[in-house]
Design a protein around this ligand. Structure first.
Ligand code: RM4
Ligand code: MN
Ligand code: MN
Length: 385
């Protein structure tokens, strides 16, 4: 690929940001309020729009319902549009309600399952209203003790419930199923891994695809291989970027392991553009929200630029010849390339500043937002919504 083609591919990269990344969040120990953090759905969308203005590549924002619930979704969609962004994935929240103690769509109580299904159907309606084509589902369902519930029955309830949701999807809308191996359940999780998610998607049909989140795997998992296999089977619907050291830490993308991010982007780059909903799913507990988000965007672009630089022809030859070290060196050569000039050229083309994090920091945005919104104390991670 020549530099022009690489720039075209880079310019086509779109990264969604999550509304919940702009509000206060914390650990289960404490939430430290951030001055100027967004307080409602409109402010969260406004912050996402600011990230888009500074980066030129984040034109959509994911919403979580009911965290982002409003009376008038058409107005919310219009507000996003006026701000220069659109509403992306609609995420039904199936864990933030007392009824879900034993699960949502897998709950042994049929009435709770009905409630969960009804919420998903409501979210499909919201997605239609705001012009979104993605319902993104992560379940907190699982059990914490052996014997607590029947594992096969739970799986059957899962499929049965999701079949109802799937049947309601209008043409052009996709259902993304996000798996996670543990937490909040600690013994079994109903959608624990990509294989289970893929099996369920196969049962549902072509509008259901798997969503991979970096932090949702056991230590040492080869995430890029999962991405590669799902792509090969047309089953990768979305990817949530973040970074982790221990579990689902939701740290700034590429902060801990930029080489892993590069390896994942190599698979995404190989697949070509389009089709995969790429989103940042991180939460900021001790750092500012907006510059952390921009840093993540920038780290993804860096990794993608390096991935596009991989000399695929030479790599394929080395692989074919069985040149183990040679092939490895070709990959690492791309990773070690300084892509800052390339990104500067990209940003010039996108009409944004060469260093968007610096542009945010120097632009007085944080001070203005802190002045307008003040500092809101919150009691728990999700009460900011
Ligand atoms: C989950 C998962 C989902 C996100 C929630 C807030 O761990 O990553 O994508 O919607 O957190
Ligand atoms: Mn996620
Ligand atoms: Mn997560």
């Amino acid at each position: 690929m020549n530099e022009h083609e690489i720039l075209d591919r880079l310019a086509a990269l779109e990264i969604e940001t999550p509304s919940w990344g702009y509000g206060n969040s914390g650990t289960r120990f404490h939430v430290y309020p951030w001055p100027g953090a967004a307080r409602d759905a409109f402010e969260r969308i406004a912050d996402a729009a600011l990230v888009h203005r500074l980066t030129g590549c984040c034109p959509s924002v994911a919403v979580h319902i009911p965290w982002d619930a409003v009376d008038d979704y058409t107005a919310l969609g219009r507000f996003a549009h006026e701000q220069g962004v659109r509403i992306g994935a609609v995420n039904p929240n199936l864990f933030g309600d007392d009824a879900y103690r034993l699960g949502s769509v897998c709950n042994p109580d049929a009435a709770v399952r009905e409630k969960a299904i009804a919420h998903c159907l409501e979210c499909i309606g919201i997605a239609e209203e705001v012009g979104s084509t993605i319902i993104s589902l992560w379940l907190a369902d699982g059990t914490s003790y052996p014997g607590q519930d029947d594992l096969r029955d739970r799986h059957a309830r899962l499929v049965e419930s999701l079949e109802r949701v799937y049947a309601d999807l209008p043409d052009g809308m996709r259902l993304l199923l996000e798996y996670k191996f543990f937490e909040p359940a600690f013994y079994s999780t109903d959608l624990p891994d990509w294989g289970t998610a893929a099996l369920v998607c196969r049962r549902l049909g072509p509008k259901a695809q798997v969503l991979v989140d970096t932090g949702h795997h056991p230590q040492g998992t080869n995430i890029e291989q999962i991405v590669a296999l799902l792509l090969a089977d047309g089953l990768l619907g979305g990817f949530h970027f973040n970074n982790r050291k221990y579990a689902d830490d939701d740290l700034i993308v590429g902060a801990i392991d930029p080489f892993e991010l590069f390896r994942i982007m190599c698979e995404i780059a190989r697949a070509g553009d389009g089709g995969i909903a790429l989103m940042i799913d991180q939460s900021h507990n001790i750092e500012g929200k907006i510059d952390a988000m921009i840093q993540s965007v920038s780290n993804i672009q860096t990794a993608y630029a390096k991935a596009l630089l991989v000399d695929r022809k030479r790599l394929a030859e080395a692989q074919q010849e069985g040149d183990v070290l040679g092939a490895h060196r070709i990959l690492v050569e791309a990773f070690e390339t300084d892509v800052r000039p390339l990104l500067a050229a990209l940003r010039e083309r996108l009409g944004v500043e060469a260093d968007p994090v610096e542009a945010f920091r120097r632009g007085g945005y944080a001070e203005r937002l802190a002045g307008e919104r003040g500092t809101t104390s919150v009691e728990s991670a999700y009460e900011s919504a």
